[in-house]
Ligand binder design. Structure first.
Ligand code: ATP
Length: 141
């Protein structure tokens, strides 16, 4: 079975961490951001690093987004851009979309427009730390 290919849109702390980990693990990963500086910072850490506005359907087509098995939407602050990007990815036939949400309402909307999985990095990390505090014998999960 061929290995999965990934694209990560939004190269803030969260998106950057996802890109770095996937790349180090040996997967094909395309890093996308509208900010050219952020893109340049990821040239070494990704298979391809491209500058594009993910709310622009043609720009998404131009970077071949439909060819990736999994696309991670790691845009946080600009909720409108996060939602529109997720909707476009769905319309363009991306098989698996993982999106980051700022709050529960944002998460609900992301599911409605087509996200297959929504993550809440701060909340999820808080839960993980709490688990480790109360169950120190449990290995990290
Ligand atoms: P983190 O907490 O992970 O650092 P954040 O929640 O603060 O990130 P933002 O700073 O809003 O998230 O966005 C992360 C990245 O997404 C930024 O580098 C920003 O340039 C990029 N971004 C925002 N909108 C778009 C867009 N429409 N197309 C491409 N990239 C975008």
């Amino acid at each position: 079975m061929a290995e999965k290919s990934y694209a990560v849109i939004g190269l803030g702390r969260f998106g950057s961490s996802v890109v770095n980990h996937l790349h180090k693990a040996g997967y094909e990963v395309m890093a996308v951001d509208e900010n050219e500086e952020r893109v340049q910072e990821h040239v070494e850490a990704a298979t391809h690093a491209v500058q594009a506005d993910s709310t622009d359907e043609q720009a998404l087509r131009d970077v071949g987004i439909g060819n990736f098995d999994v696309v991670v939407v790691a845009i946080g602050v600009d909720i409108q851009a996060s939602i529109l990007t997720t909707l476009l990815l769905k319309e363009l036939g991306v098989k698996r979309i993982v999106a980051k949400a700022q709050n529960p309402r944002h998460g609900q909307v992301l599911y409605k427009v087509g996200a297959d999985r929504v993550v809440f990095p701060e909340r999820d990390m808080g839960i993980r730390v709490a688990h480790n505090l109360v169950s120190p014998n449990v290995l990290d999960f």
